[in-house]
Write a protein that binds this ligand. Structure first.
Ligand code: ZN
Length: 307
């Protein structure tokens, strides 16, 4: 019995170390590329490749947005960038401090990139949540996230706005929210007509609401719409040439969560009843409905009570 258990554990470990994840950068504008994470929950098998990262090549260096969900993915992204440009990666902008966007940071730090993030990220880094999440991730995403995986602080903390000019290309970095996370940033590159929207815009999957501020998120979506970007690279899902439609998807989903939960939340009726009564048919068929929808609804139910 004992040896049987040992065998399965060893076998499981071995299966997880098989590296099947390949990053394929897609060019979305003259100097802008992105890699698209899988519409799945993070796992050892997918190396936590569940979110996107993008990069812009300038004449004096490459600027990357988000570091992906494990150091191995970051290494792969750096290798892909090298195939596109011989410029150094000079800056890495963190859209927000969620695990799937930041566990690769240490690899960018190693190659000398300057890391930019919104100031509220400091609270996350010193939180018990961040610590526990990393401990859990070292097990859930082993061996790709391990004892060698560290949380990395930004070199530059941004309060509200920062205009970064590298190689003549302007990057307008601005705080939005609190919306999806307390430390959301978006990055607009006018010369490429590209907006890196982080997790403010979701495509092709049920958004991850987590402990989001859904009210603030809806306001942020209006701000994004006003920017009128031609191309949006979201934190998850494919890039968009029709931002208005995709902004509307995220907005409608958040509005529907709020609508379907608000009466019960305000009247202190049980969550279970409200969840059962809501009509989820529009969202049921989408990736991650099973993994995320109930939790999203519950978080919105709780947050409406505290508004
Ligand atoms: Zn994310």
């Amino acid at each position: 019995m004992g040896s049987f258990l040992f065998f399965t554990a060893a076998y499981g470990q071995k299966a997880n170390t098989v590296d099947t994840i390949q990053l394929n950068p897609v060019q979305v504008a003259p100097h802008t590329y992105f890699v698209q994470g899988l519409p799945e929950m993070g796992s050892s098998a997918n190396q936590n490749f569940i979110s996107n990262a993008g990069f812009v090549v300038t004449p004096s260096g490459v600027v990357v947005v988000d570091a992906l969900g494990s150091p191995i993915l970051a290494k792969k992204l750096i290798a892909e960038i090298k195939k596109v440009s011989n410029q150094k990666v000079v800056a890495l902008i963190v859209s927000h401090y969620h695990a799937d966007h930041v566990y690769g940071l240490q690899e960018f730090k190693k190659i000398g990139a300057k890391i930019y993030a919104q100031g509220e990220g400091r609270n996350y880094l010193s939180s018990e949540t961040a610590k526990q999440r990393l401990i859990a991730s070292r097990i859930d995403f082993a061996p790709w996230v391990s004892a060698d995986t560290k949380l990395i602080s930004a070199d530059v903390w941004i309060d509200q706005k920062l205009k970064l000019s590298i190689g003549g290309v302007d990057f307008f970095i601005s705080r939005v929210g609190p919306a999806h996370a307390p430390e959301d940033l978006m990055v607009y590159v006018p010369s490429e007509k590209v907006l890196f929207a982080g997790d403010l815009v979701f495509r092709g999957r049920i958004p991850f609401v987590g402990n989001a501020d859904s009210k603030g998120w809806l306001i942020a979506l209006d701000a994004i719409e006003k920017l009128n970007p031609k191309i949006v690279i979201p934190g998850h899902g494919n890039y968009s040439l029709q931002p208005i439609t995709d902004i509307a998807f995220t907005r409608n989903y958040l509005n529907y969560l709020r609508q379907s939960m608000s009466a019960a939340a305000i009247n202190m009726d049980p969550f279970e009843e409200a969840y059962k009564q809501a009509d989820w048919s529009e969202y049921e068929g989408m990736p991650l409905f099973g993994a995320a929808n109930r939790m999203n609804a519950y978080n919105v139910y709780l947050s409406i009570q505290s508004e």
